[in-house]
Write a protein that binds this ligand. Structure first.
Ligand SMILES: Nc1ncnc2c1ncn2[C@@H]1O[C@H](COP(=O)(O)OP(=O)(O)OP(=O)(O)O)[C@@H](O)[C@H]1O
Ligand SMILES: [Mg+2]
Length: 326
């Protein structure tokens, strides 16, 4: 069984280990899922993996590429052991929708033609799943926000009408207001939103995935680590997590050791200062003793042996003020 029914919503397994568990079954069937994230975070791999899983289970699928060439996609897929060329024969179609702006006078017109073309192809092959990778590449050619929204509404209506389970990828880069508005609108349009992230500046940081929206369904809201391994994405299993955990522990232990060493150094300084103080006091006492020896014998001998003289050597020096570095 590759579908699960929960509270009236049917879900399609993605074949991504771990993801189907945190979403209680996978992607919402006949609805749209948005996969967003920065460059290289794994959006295309996620989309391809779920499409291949569907095809292998007998659900024909279409991959519409706005960014990479079909040849690149086939090569990248081969690195995960997915033979798209073999699947493509009857169950998988890759449509090259890369736009050369100088060729098309009207992108809107181009989109109309493209969607009509996809409809024909999907009807012929009985497609159940579709991937648009990456929608940003298309939207950035539209020029203004109103047209963008208009086209996004059109795509949403087209998807609803098609009855296919869709995955749309979107590259999130930069924080310009129009970019965040575009992504806000995309999230509003989608039924399920998955964010992927990867801190490229920190090689020890693991990739992470978070489901931020799932209409009509509960889901695990935390961030989950994932890896892109030889068989694609694996959620919840991050080999770096263990080493990251150990590294974090080592970092903490190092900090504690450093603090302890500092405390010990300080105590040593205080003890040293105490010792200096005592030595000075003894020296002073000696001086006085010697002075005293030059005094008339009767008075001096009494004074040196008295309690008053012993009190010159403090038993407990004041630590804070005797620390020369304090
Ligand atoms: N065969 C492989 N084995 C392991 N990791 C791989 C393999 N192929 C690609 N990757 C990893 O996947 C990452 C790219 O994933 P993907 O192409 O899905 O990213 P993306 O989010 O679609 O990026 P973009 O926004 O640029 O399209 C690479 O940075 C690489 O780290
Ligand atoms: Mg990509």
């Amino acid at each position: 069984m590759h579908t699960k029914k929960r509270a009236g919503l049917t879900k399609l397994a993605t074949g991504i280990p771990g993801f189907d568990d945190i979403t209680g079954g996978g992607l919402p069937q006949d609805r749209t899922t948005l996969i967003m994230g920065g460059p290289g975070t794994g959006k295309t791999v996620f989309a391809m993996q779920s499409l291949v899983a569907g095809v292998l289970r007998g659900e024909p699928g279409i991959l519409v590429t706005f960014q990479e060439s079909p040849r690149q996609i086939v090569e990248d897929a081969a690195s995960f052991g997915w033979d798209l060329a073999e699947l493509e024969k009857d169950k998988l179609v890759i449509l090259d929708a890369r736009i050369r702006p100088n060729i098309f006078k009207s992108i809107e017109l181009y989109l109309t033609g493209m969607l009509a073309g996809i409809k024909l192809v999907s009807g012929e092959m009985g497609a159940r799943r579709i991937v648009f990778d990456s929608l940003d590449a298309l939207l950035s050619l539209l020029g203004d926000r109103t047209t963008e929204r208009h086209e996004m509404f059109r795509l949403r209506d087209w998807l609803l009408d098609s009855g296919m389970t869709a995955v749309i990828t979107a590259q999130v880069e930069g924080d310009a207001p129009f970019v965040s508005q575009r992504h806000g609108f995309m999230q509003f349009m989608a039924d399920c939103v998955v964010s992927l992230s990867h801190d490229v500046s920190d090689p020890t940081a693991s990739r992470s995935l978070r489901v931020s929206k799932y209409r009509g369904s509960g889901f695990a809201e935390q961030e989950f680590p994932f890896i892109i391994g030889p068989a694609g994405l694996e959620v919840g299993y991050a080999p770096k997590a263990a080493s990251t955990g150990i590294q974090e522990e080592i970092k903490l232990a190092k900090g504690e050791f450093r603090a302890r060493i500092e405390t010990l150094n300080r105590q040593l300084e205080i003890k040293q200062a105490e010792l200096n103080f005592l030595l000075k006091a003894i020296a002073k006492q000696k001086d006085r003793g010697e002075d005293a020896r030059s005094l008339p014998v009767g008075r001096t001998s009494r004074k040196l042996g008295s309690r008053k003289t012993k009190a010159l050597i403090p038993r407990k020096p004041v630590l804070a003020t005797s620390n020369p570095l304090a």
